[in-house]
Design a protein. Sequence first.
Length: 543
Amino acid sequence: MKPHRQFRVFASIISLLAGAPWAEAQAPAIIPLPQTTEVHPGHFMLHAGDKILASAGAEETAHYLSAELRRRASVNLDVISQPGPAEVNRIQLLLGDPNPAPEGYTLTVSPGAVIIKARTPAGLFYGAQSLLQLLPTGAADEAIPCVQVEDQPRFRWRGLMLDVSRHFFSKDEVERLLDEMAWHKLNMFHWHLVDDQGWRIEIKKYPRLTGEGAWRKAIGFGLDPKAGTAYGADGRYGGYYTQDDIREVVAYAQARHITVVPEIEMPGHSSAALMAYPQFSCTGGPFTTDLPGGVFNGVYCAGNEDTFAFIDDILTEVSALFPGPYIHIGGDEVPVDNWKKCPKCQARLHREGLARESELEGYFIRRVEKLVHAHGKRLVGWSEIREGGLADEATVMDWVGGATEAATAGHDVVMSPLADCYFDHYQSLDHSTEPRAIGGYLPLRQVYQFEPMPTNLPARYQEHILGAQANVWTEYMPSFKHVQYMVFPRLCALAEVDWSPKDSRQWADFCRRVRADCARLDTLGVNHRSLSDLDEKAPAGRP
Ligand code: ACM
Ligand code: ZN
């Protein structure tokens, strides 16, 4: 039985018992939609004296839940590890559920108790998120509807990428975004730390990467200088994360079951690195970070051995900072003009028996993959890393194709197609009503209708499609408020694409729930695009 159908049956009982308006107000609005939700008559009333009972291993989630309840419902619930009187430990987080799904959970709300069970702390955490979304928004009491939720995610990689190179966002802003991801059960934060317009991660061995590469003369991109606040004491625009900042953000993410995937772009999009260390380019520079959006000749020399030593040193520090299994090395949009003219690159090409410069990119990425593996990590790269021969165990992040070919060749793939997952695109066709965006058109409904599994991919390769990710390229987003505007509500739709069963998607029901979610975001101080043009009666099919 489909969850929405179950919901209607039970909701009608509630309507009879309690009157339709009340029942409507209490209708669960969990995003992403759980696998199954049964709504039962009655509700659980949250009391100030309640305690959260955490079984061994569940304490961290219990403290998180307590903090979020304090934030959202102004109640202060203690966490206990030994059961007290039944009337006190009415909220229970219990590890050891037989549910085989590592991120799955069961949430039972009855008039006398709230019980979340899961096999892992991640599962408990997701159960806690669903519980938080059952709290009424803006109501005077804290009545939580009685439900039985059985849930687990569809995909393993539920991602969001933030570009902090085009504009710099503070550690606190990044942590706020991690919170917002966690509320929607996303689990992969792809941190685009490096691009032409700024290098954002402290590397102790190469201090000029941030001393010079983290800064521009001006905000750039034709923006009003006052549109952003990321100015250094000397008036230059930019900033970077110290290694302590990085450790703090990684720990903050870990506490929310989010893996951080750092991206260190190479061999292209490397003007910031080469401004600081031009000896690793073909031409010797000079390079600048004061660039508009686009593709530039800030490309590492693929013929120079020292380039690989430099990259290895950087990867050594990066690997030590990020405990997750992946390092993203970019690999997109590499112009080969310099490589064509460079004697060292040409000598490499001939020595390796390569026919053309695109194969030199394949050589570059395969060499870097060996370095990544030597640091115990797995390499992720954009679509283009396939072009010169794919590195042995690379994971492909598909933005312009290649998913089916990569998956059938046994490679893992993250789906992030330009048409459906680029949150830098406009949310309306009427640009006069929107803040400036890079172009394109990606309305909420299109994200909601996106299907990550490539059509015709044989079933035996489908496990290689790890999931889907939204990308927030920030050329025209100089403030965090603007980032949130571009992220929400579209991230709600992506969360559902990644988490919920494929056949559960129902646009009208999503519209109801996304309205509730935006009301929650309002109370939590998260900026988002208005839903005033949301059309729940829109016909099926792509907008
Ligand atoms: C990309 O959008 N250049 C990956
Ligand atoms: Zn070269």
